[in-house]
Design a protein around this ligand. Structure first.
Ligand SMILES: [Zn+2]
Length: 123
């Protein structure tokens, strides 16, 4: 892990990783993380869901903190669906079942904050 150092960059300077078959059309950029930036507590990701794409319906023992930056989506939290758009904030509590779906014809982009890996409960 690197010593924490201030950084400023455009999010597109960070590589977009492809999620894979379980999340068609989804990429993730770890714009602030522990390995590259030495962030000790929080990781910030930019997630992009292409039109027609979605994340898996999944659960894990840590929260998501989201801010929608582009597009339109539908978010499911424990079976309840919400329509979301630019400027909306989403909190997915630890242990909740959740999924994100692009509900428009343009990319659906949102910030997703989580604890760094050493602080994420494993179960
Ligand atoms: Zn999740």
């Amino acid at each position: 892990m690197n010593e924490p150092k201030g950084k400023v960059c455009h999010y597109t300077e960070v590589d977009a990783e492809i999620f894979g078959d379980e999340a068609p059309g989804v990429t993730i950029r770890w714009v602030i993380d522990e390995e590259r930036d030495g962030a000790p507590t929080y990781a910030l990701r930019v997630i992009e869901v292409a039109s027609g794409g979605h994340t898996p319906d999944h659960t894990h023992p840590f929260e998501h903190e989201n801010f929608i930056i582009e597009g339109k989506g539908r978010v499911q939290i424990d079976g309840k669906w919400f329509e979301v758009g630019v400027g909306d904030v989403v909190f997915v509590p630890a242990g909740s079942q959740h999924t994100y779906v692009n509900a428009g014809d343009k990319p659906f982009k949102f910030l997703c904050g989580i604890p760094v890996s050493k602080l994420r409960p494993k179960n």
